[in-house]
Ligand binder design. Structure first.
Ligand SMILES: Cc1cc2nc3c(=O)[nH]c(=O)nc-3n(C[C@H](O)[C@H](O)[C@H](O)COP(=O)(O)OP(=O)(O)OC[C@H]3O[C@@H](n4cnc5c(N)ncnc54)[C@H](O)[C@@H]3O)c2cc1C
Length: 690
């Protein structure tokens, strides 16, 4: 998941800004495709076009980009092939039968892959799939991945049933609504709309998105506001440290004595901080040593000056004496006189030279003493601010930095969407609720066992509709799509028969599943600065850095959402609501004054780790894991000798490029719906190579 808007990764994806006049480039970029190049997936699906002449290649891209643009023009209505053909006819009336066939295939490909006709849109035609009898697919979990997959499969003509353990849909999209107050307890931020499939769903469902304002005042434990300049200096230092970590991630040899020894981001960051502290101390000591040396030189110089002065005084006396000797024209006496005068001039010159040198050295000592290098790398106050930035990163990754893989923690960075981060003012749950319409969803069905073989799948659940009489139920289908969170897979609460292969099980064990909690406080009036969407709270110690470190306030009714990240997120799991809410009010009263902060009208504390249907917040690349593990988790499972896989996996933890996010979960659902359709309906769009 992304950051809070305080510090930003560089956007590397193409900006979707509507500057190209025909909108084709934007349409491709919005679909995470390049307008003038076939993707790897397209090259695989259309080998004859990919290897064929440039003209065919161009035709493919024109058709593809135009279809995408037509979809983005009106995503509330199903885009049908007839309309596409009509449009293409206007653009290029000379298209021959060959191009028309191609257009049909491109259309089916875009639809099957979830580039068009996904989400909540008005249906115009019957399903476009094959005419064969449609098989049944069981989807486990009514989170965003499960619901979009079910919806898509239903659109393709499958008979779907969603089994959900909770009494509500949405999974980790969960909105608290009471007495007009709204607060998102799970996902809350849309990390840019450029390239994001959520932008289509926004249009379809009227999600009210508001940009996160970048300005974020930072309060110390007391009422003091951290000066902006100070915050900026420490933030720059934090980014410098991260850059150094990134450099070390590329260069550090993880092979120690022939044994793989992966590093964590946190360990290396702390080592760098310690190295900087040592370097700064070293530099300061060196400075003191240099001053001592200069002072010793000055001392030696003063001794020499003293000697020179004695010599000079003695010569002066000698000279006065020789001057008093009467001039009797004796050449020798004249010679002695001149010799003494000469020596006197030399001695005087030597004394003056030393005097000048001593003056310069004194000046050097003064300057050095007045401009010492810093004694410390970070003052106590600086370290607290740095810890705040670390907590912010721990929030984004839902894990303490010492759990994150140094090498791969940011492996998905290059897929970051463009545009500012936004929050959902009317509550994110609007999205899953809209997607659930006309879906066959069974709530309060806790899946206990999944058996699969060449004939199909069997899913055993506990029906908890009546808590006094929980009954087992069995569902059968041709295939099953498992979208339960990684945390649930890690707990082995679902028994797989036959058990999952070692490769998948070890990827489940390796990938991390973090924690992040929120404290929601609803008030009858605003007492914070309503010009800001966020304000930061700097904790007193490194160990408590993630505790209530950031407050969000963006809904109309006065609601504050405080974040608890890093190690502090797990502390929340074992404390009572009274303790946590009391602690949050103390923090707020320290910042705004006791009189200003009333008692909340409503309050709530999340405990995602203790939630049996989540077991944490979202996935991260743990020490020892890598992006490959997301791919392994996404692979379907085939029974030996079977024609199609029966067991499929979706969810944020199966999306290598977009993990830990709503859009990642959404894209994984679209991906698996396509995979199941390909397996059971056939790959209708494939063009055989010439
Ligand atoms: C606190 C928090 C903040 C977040 N913030 C953001 C954010 O700002 N932006 C963002 O993009 N993402 C954010 N995320 C991540 C985002 O919410 C998830 O990545 C996404 O919602 C996951 O969707 P999913 O369908 O993969 O899983 P889920 O939504 O977890 O769906 C899985 C479903 O499976 C069900 N289930 C579990 N076990 C069983 C069982 N045994 N039987 C039957 N059903 C079962 C669950 O009840 C659940 O409904 C946040 C998550 C959390 C927890």
């Amino acid at each position: 998941m992304g950051d809070d808007g305080r510090h930003h990764h560089e956007f590397r994806a193409r900006r979707v800004d509507g500057t190209n006049p025909d909108g084709l480039e934007d349409a491709a970029a919005q679909s995470r495709l390049t307008h003038d190049r076939m993707s790897a997936e397209e090259s695989r699906l259309f080998p004859d076009i990919c290897k064929g002449d440039i003209k065919r290649h161009k035709t493919f891209l024109i058709i593809r980009n135009n279809i995408l643009r037509m979809w983005f023009d009106e995503p509330r209505v199903q885009l049908v092939l007839e309309k596409v053909m009509e449009k293409l006819n206007q653009i290029e009336p000379r298209y021959a039968a060959e191009e028309r066939v191609l257009a049909g295939k491109v259309f089916l490909y875009l639809e099957r892959y979830g580039y068009i006709n996904f989400g909540v849109f008005k249906r115009i035609t019957a399903p476009l799939g094959s005419k064969k009898e449609q098989p049944r697919v069981i989807i486990i979990g009514a989170g965003i991945a499960g619901i979009i997959a079910a919806r898509q499969l239903q659109y393709f003509g499958f008979d779907t049933i969603v089994l959900e353990g909770r009494s509500r849909v949405g999974g980790r999209i969960a909105t608290f609504r009471k007495n007009g107050f709204i607060a998102d307890l799970g996902a809350m931020v849309v990390t840019g709309l450029g390239g994001n499939p959520v932008s289509v769903l926004q249009t379809q469902t009227n999600l009210d998105l508001v940009p996160v304002k970048h300005k974020c005042p930072m309060y110390e434990c007391s009422q003091n506001v951290v000066p902006k300049a100070k915050d900026e200096v420490v933030e720059r230092e934090f980014n410098r440290l991260l850059e150094a970590c990134s450099y070390l991630a590329q260069t550090l040899d993880e092979d120690i004595n022939g044994k793989k020894q992966p590093y964590s981001l946190g360990d290396i960051l702390e080592q760098l901080i310690r190295a900087q502290e040592k370097a700064v101390r070293e530099k300061y000591l060196q400075h003191l040593r240099e001053i001592t040396k200069m002072k010793e030189s000055l001392q030696a110089m003063l001794t020499s000056m003293c000697e020179a002065r004695n010599k000079y005084v003695a010569l002066e006396k000698e000279y006065t004496d020789v001057l008093h000797v009467p001039d009797n024209g004796n050449i020798l006496e004249e010679f002695v006189k001149r010799d003494v005068a000469n020596n006197l001039a030399v001695a005087k010159g030597e004394y003056e030279r030393l005097e000048e040198q001593a003056k310069q050295l004194r000046e050097q000592i003064r300057l050095a003493e007045e401009n010492p290098p810093p004694r410390l790398y970070l003052s106590v106050a600086d370290r607290r601010i740095l810890d705040w930035h670390i907590a912010n990163l721990e929030f984004a990754n839902a894990a303490p930095l010492n759990c994150l893989s140094l090498k791969y923690w940011d492996q998905d960075d290059e897929y970051e969407f463009t545009g500012c981060h936004l929050t959902v003012r009317n509550g994110y749950s609007i999205l899953p609720l809209a997607l659930c319409e006309n879906q066959n969803i069974k709530l309060k069905r806790i899946v206990k066992k999944i058996s699969y073989n060449k004939t199909g799948v069997e899913v055993v659940v506990t029906n908890t509709e009546d808590p006094k009489n929980e009954v087992p139920e069995t569902y059968r289908a041709a295939a099953v799509l498992v979208t339960v969170p990684l945390g649930v897979l890690k707990e082995n609460v679902i028994q797989f028969d036959p058990p999952l292969l070692e490769e998948k099980q070890s990827a489940i064990d390796r990938l991390g599943f973090g924690n992040l909690n929120k404290v929601v406080l609803c008030f009858d009036k605003v007492f914070w600065d309503s010009n800001h969407t966020l304000f930061a709270h700097v904790n007193a110690s490194t160990s408590s850095r993630g505790e209530l470190f950031l407050f969000w306030c963006f809904t109309k009714p006065p609601v504050l959402i405080a974040l608890v990240a890093g190690d502090a997120a797990n502390v929340v799991e074992c404390a009572t609501d009274d303790v946590i809410i009391g602690r949050t009010l103390v923090v707020l009263r320290n910042i705004f004054g006791s009189a200003a902060v009333p008692s909340p009208k409503e309050s709530l504390v999340t405990r995602w780790k203790s939630d049996p249907f989540a077991r944490g917040s979202y996935s991260y690349v743990a020490v020892g894991a890598s992006g490959d593990d997301y791919d392994i988790l996404s692979r379907p499972v085939e029974c030996p000798g079977d024609r199609v896989p029966r067991l499929y996996f979706a969810g944020e933890h199966t999306n290598r490029n977009y993990p830990a996010t709503v859009h990642g979960a959404l894209l994984s659902g679209l991906r698996e719906a396509r995979r199941i359709a390909d397996a059971f309906l056939g790959s209708i769009y494939e063009v055989s190579a010439p």
